[in-house]
Write a new protein. Structure first.
Lengths: 957, 191
């Protein structure tokens, strides 16, 4: 009954096509189909997304840049960075609300063996000891104690393939425990669920259903076979009810779905209704009412296919076993956002769904700007909406809690939904379970699930659903194990001297294991050892204390009083004292820990430090051996000393050892990608800088490189964060056609050895181009013609080049290009025929430039005749005469204003005068004695006007 | 499962007496972005369903070659393997089948054949022209070595009295032609 809300809606409001609705029907439509927001920007692609108990969503991208999205304010802010590149990790929320991640990114298909825990309440990270295997695309599954995590699959490297051996993060030991007998050949990011027996079941993507046992050395075997013989790679899954897993899509891609039932004697598969749309790279998201939302993905062939995006939203209703179509995420008037590879969907506390990211691995991930959309399922548009006004923050399994609600409609269902941690279509934590309850007014009395099997310890959304289908904002409830406490152990004796054996019994047989805590002083707790044994023998001679308590999945008994013991001495011996590595390389120090009798000390913590800083830790194996591997960072000179320390336990005294560490500069290599260019061209050659011998990029450092062309320095460049650089320089114009060697050198430094790499620069003959610029000319006037000579490949000018000129087929000399590739030819036109005339410019080429030519056509226009008039005057000697002169175009009769005329008075030097608006100048002629002064006015003509000249006289009397 | 992983499959000569096709290497091809190293489990699971061939979980990821042994020392059923591999999805196919077989040389109409007791018809031997081992770094098939290319020309031209162990790529018959082996290596045995 709890999960029938949508079904009731479906009966009341039949689904109709969105396009057929008027605006008046929008509210009704939304109550059936839900509604999407338009895309809104985010700082980066949320490839990994984890819903936190703080109400925010932790997300990060392929660089491991982490942000917190606040659904309340719809804003993002930077958060603390993880201690390693967390792209492609697996992740779960632990029972205390912290986020466990394992694996990570060295390069595509190359996984880290790192792990860490994020504390959302302090926004801080804590590194964990390393796993045995690098893992890129692992899946993490939380165990029923809320602390241990089963880590499966993940790629080690392209040459090593996937990690076959899963590992268990044993929180009590503080170490990863490999499970060698659980080895199998896994898919990346496999689907994984905990079953009632504490085993992990993987319903996909493989055709066979595998079951893993995470205890001892582990076990793996097939327990069922899916109905369809297909590989559902990049399909999605969700446990929509306790023990009921919907698996759908993926593969070619498929629209088919199947349900795996874990509740029987053995897992069984049944066929489920198919989705309307085939999907791959999509997401299944659990909603509060137990329905499963399918969003995104691509329906076309290929790994992820942006040409076949699935914008349709579908909803699986377990009550009816059918899918229904909801509102599409993209409509014609919205921006298109393909939610394919790397897309995510997360249920938010307001019962809406955050849908983010999605890219195409064949292209740059930034091709789609980071954005998100919010989907409001149909219940968001119900007639009423209840609210939870009070809810306890913590409840143990099987307990009864009271909630207060405000609702105009009776509450129909209370739903627990575990917070999501999702990436690559794989949600590793989401779970949903109904809570039985009774209602008395505003008070709901509800029962928390009794078993952590399908609802492991941790933080849950609590949603109230009223009889109109309205869903409340979520309250947060942490469900924990600390309620049913085992009884105190009966321990004998109360104290002992080494070798001392303490035995205990569980009076109620309600504990699963025992924890022994050591102390140096009988008050401060030291190491904690968990065991399932019923006695413990302690052989150390030095004075120490232990206390013991019983543990169970539901809590712990009180500690016993401190039991006094006498510890024994230990000796820690380094078995490989010739310890050496290179910068960025791995050093692995091996040791064996023995007691005073020379017997191995098993399962004892050993810590390695250099100059007081811890560099690694390990736990000795059954033979007392421990191996600690750590990476030598830049800055280590080789004079370091590795100190191993066993801090001692309740039964073993502390011991230590040290050995020098030889750190050599790391070998490096450079590759240069060849390029083709022409002389004078600016060229950029791609350079990759690697640390050897693994040939991994040295990221997040900058190295100065020198670029030489045929042995001569031509440029310098720096590597970027991806350890690549561009060797950019201009090819000398004197460079000969053919192959040249470009050498990129790294001079080396204290941490990295010098190296160089070469690439071939092929200088090819450049095509050239000549462009001549002409305009109509006038016969008799010298015509200037400009010519540009360029490198046709780069459009760069070719300077200092000789261009030969032929006018109408006759040689007319040569001209030289200037620094801009420009040359001028001044063409004499007197008596030139024919009209138009042709001028051919020819560049004969050089060793690096090809020859070229162009022919310009010059058309001549007729010149207008001009006419100058001037008067003659008589004045009394000693007076000044003013003589006007006029210039006209004889063909048009128009005056010619603004024209320079040359005026010569008598034998004086000529001067320049400009005609006024009337084409007139006024010539002033001073006289001193009687006589005649001749005035000569000349117009030299221009491209359109012929020259003319006239003389006048001034007679002084 | 663990026993299979630990056992692996080797092509030592110790099994000569029992088997005639001593071993098979499948050039399993992957176009998924994670290469064959990240995706091998898909085709491996599908191949594991076949009854007449046993495929090792250990794959040579540097050449994208899977090791296998056929039941009864028979030649691999290429059509069946091709069909099963594609069950794992659109990303997988088989580039080629390399067999190592023990038999005797025959000459017919000037052509060399390998006769092996487990097969009804002798196998035509031809020079190797194309290798099918993959070079993940270059994204292409590795070229044949000079020795592989020259292997056919070094075969005895008359039927020797001694058996030989021969390695090469299977070439499907064209029309009514014979199934052929593109010879890349051989070794005459003492008996």
């Amino acid at each position: 009954m709890v999960f029938s809300v949508l079904e009731r809606f479906s009966r009341r409001l039949p689904i109709v096509a969105m396009a057929a609705l008027s605006s008046a029907g929008l509210a009704q439509t939304q109550a059936v189909a839900g509604s999407w927001t338009v895309p809104a920007p985010m700082p980066t692609h949320a490839i990994h997304a984890v819903m936190l108990p703080t109400g925010k969503v932790l997300y990060w991208d392929r660089r491991g840049d982490t942000y917190l999205y606040d659904p309340a304010s719809q804003t993002s802010a930077r958060s603390a960075l993880p201690p390693f590149d967390s792209f492609c990790v697996g992740h779960v929320l632990l029972g205390d609300g912290t986020v466990f991640i394992a694996g990570g990114h060295i390069a595509n298909s190359v996984g880290l063996n790192t792990a860490a825990i994020y504390n959302p309440f302090t926004d801080s990270w804590k590194s964990l000891p390393n796993m045995a295997y690098g893992r890129w695309y692992p899946t993490c599954t939380l165990m029923s104690n809320g602390k241990d995590v089963f880590v499966e699959s993940g790629q080690i490297s392209p040459s090593a393939g996937n990690a076959l051996v899963p590992e268990l993060w044993n929180a009590s030991l503080g170490a990863f425990v490999p499970l060698p007998n659980a080895a199998m050949m896994p898919q990346l990011y496999p689907m994984q669920y905990l079953n009632a027996q504490g085993n992990i079941v993987s319903p996909g993507p493989l055709h066979y259903t595998w079951q893993f046992t995470p205890t001892g050395s582990g076990d793996a075997h097939k327990v069922a076979t899916a109905i369809e013989p297909v590989l559902r790679s990049y399909g999605s899954s969700a446990m929509f009810a306790p023990g009921q897993i919907l698996v759908g899509g993926g593969g070619t891609p498929l629209n088919t779905c199947e349900i795996l039932n874990l509740n029987g004697v053995r897992p069984t598969w049944s066929q489920a209704a198919p989705m309307t749309y085939a999907r791959r790279q999509h997401n299944f998201t659990l909603l509060p009412d137990g329905t499963v939302l399918a969003t995104g993905g691509s329906s076309g062939p290929g790994f992820t296919n942006p040409s076949f995006p699935v914008y349709a939203t579908e909803l699986f209703n377990p009550s009816s076993g059918s899918w229904s179509n909801l509102a599409p995420s993209t409509t014609a008037n919205q921006a298109i956002c393909f939610r394919g590879y790397h897309s995510n969907a997360v249920l938010l506390p307001d019962a809406t769904v955050l849908s983010t990211a999605g890219d195409d691995p064949a292209t740059d991930p930034s091709y789609l700007s980071p954005n998100y959309q919010i989907f409001s399922p149909p219940y968001e548009f119900a007639l009423t909406k209840p609210s939870i006004t009070a809810c306890p923050s913590y409840a143990p399994f099987g307990s009864t809690i009271q909630l207060t609600v405000s609702s105009s409609s009776p509450i129909q269902a209370l739903s627990l939904v575990r917070l999501s941690a999702v990436t690559h279509s794989t949600n590793m934590t989401q779970a949903v379970a109904p809570m039985t309850f009774t209602q008395a007014g505003a008070t709901l009395t509800a029962t928390v699930p009794k078993s952590p099997t399908y609802t492991p310890p941790g933080y849950y959304f609590v949603f109230a659903i009223d009889q109109n289908g309205g869903v409340s904002q979520a309250a947060y409830l942490q469900i924990g194990l600390n309620s049913i406490l085992p009884a105190a152990l009966k321990i004998t004796p109360a104290s002992g001297t080494a070798p001392a054996t303490f035995s205990w019994s569980d009076p109620n047989s309600d504990s699963s294991r025992v924890q022994v805590v050591t102390s140096q002083d009988g008050s401060t707790q030291g190491q904690k050892i968990n065991t399932t044994a019923s006695k413990l023998s302690i052989a150390e001679p030095s004075v120490n204390y232990v206390q013991i308590r019983a543990l169970s999945n539901y809590g712990n008994s009180p500690y016993s009083p401190w039991l006094r013991v006498t510890p024994t001495t230990t000796a820690l011996r380094i078995t490989n004292p010739d310890l050496a590595t290179s910068t960025d390389g791995i050093a692995s120090v091996k040791s064996v820990l023995t007691d005073a009798n020379g017997l191995p000390v098993p399962y004892a913590p050993v810590q390695a430090s250099i100059a007081g800083a811890t560099v690694g830790a390990a736990v000795t194996d059954a033979a007392g051996y421990a191996e600690i591997a750590f990476r030598a960072p830049t800055g280590w000179t080789g004079g370091e000393t590795v100190s191993l320390q066993f801090p001692g336990t309740a039964v073993y005294g502390p011991s230590g050892a040290s050995t020098p560490l030889a750190v050599s500069a790391r070998q490096t290599s450079i590759t240069v990608v060849g390029e083709t260019a022409t002389a004078g061209e600016n060229v950029s050659m791609q350079v990759s800088f690697y640390g050897m011998p693994e040939q991994y990029p040295i990221r997040n450092q900058s190295f100065s490189l020198t670029v030489l062309l045929d042995g001569s320095p031509v440029a310098a460049c720096q590597t970027n964060w991806q350890s690549t650089a561009n060797a950019a320089f201009q090819v000398p114009t004197s460079a000969s056609v053919g192959s040249h060697t470009v050498t990129v050198q790294f001079a080396g430094n204290a941490d990295y050895q010098a190296c160089s790499g070469t690439g071939t620069l092929t200088v090819e003959m450049a095509r050239t181009g000549l462009r001549a610029h002409t305009h109509p000319a006038a016969l008799g006037v010298t015509e200037p013609i400009s010519v540009n000579l360029v490198n046709a490949r780069t459009n760069q000018a070719i300077p200092n080049a000789t261009v030969n000129v032929q006018v109408n087929g006759a040689d007319a000399g040569s001209i030289l290009t200037d620094a801009t590739g420009l040359a001028w030819y001044y063409m004499p036109t007197s008596g030139l025929t024919p009209n138009p005339s042709s001028v051919k410019f020819t560049y004969d080429g050089s060793a690096v430039y090809a020859s070229t030519s162009t022919t310009a056509t010059v058309t001549f226009t007729a010149m207008d005749a001009t006419n100058l008039t001037i008067g003659s005057q008589s004045v009394t000697a000693g007076r000044t005469a003013t003589v006007p002169a006029h210039l006209r175009d004889s063909n048009t009769g128009l005056v010619m204003p603004g024209t320079l005329l040359s005026v010569q008075i008598g034998g004086e030097s000529p001067s320049q005068m400009m005609t006024d608006a009337n084409g007139q100048i006024l010539v002033t002629v001073p006289t001193s004695s009687p006589g005649v002064v001749t005035i000569t006015v000349s117009y030299e003509g221009d491209a359109l006007h012929k020259p003319c000249q006239i003389s006048g006289t001034v007679t002084a009397k | 499962m663990m026993k299979a992983i630990a056992l692996g499959i080797t092509l030592s000569l110790s099994g000569l007496a029992a088997a005639q096709v001593l071993g098979v290497r499948l050039g399993v091809h992957s176009t998924c972005p994670d290469g064959l190293g990240g995706c091998w489990s898909g085709p491996y699971e599908a191949l594991s369903d076949l009854k007449d061939i046993t495929v090792s979980p250990k794959c040579d990821y540097s050449r994208w070659m899977a090791l296998a042994k056929t039941a009864g020392g028979r030649l691999p059923n290429m059509d069946e393997i091709d069909r099963v591999v594609t069950r794992a999805g659109q990303f997988f196919s088989v580039r080629g089948y390399e067999v190592t077989a023990k038999g005797f040389l025959l000459t017919r109409a000037g052509q060399l054949y390998l006769s092996i007791p487990t097969e009804m018809s002798p196998l035509l031997l031809v020079p190797a022209v194309q290798g099918h081992e993959w070079d993940p770094g270059k994204g292409s098939e590795r070229p044949l070595t000079k020795e592989q290319t020259a292997a056919y020309s070094k075969l005895p031209k008359r039927r020797p009295s001694k058996p030989l162990v021969l390695t090469g790529w299977l070439r499907r018959p064209k029309g009514q032609g014979s199934l052929a082996i593109e010879v890349t290596d051989f070794r005459l045995l003492e008996r």
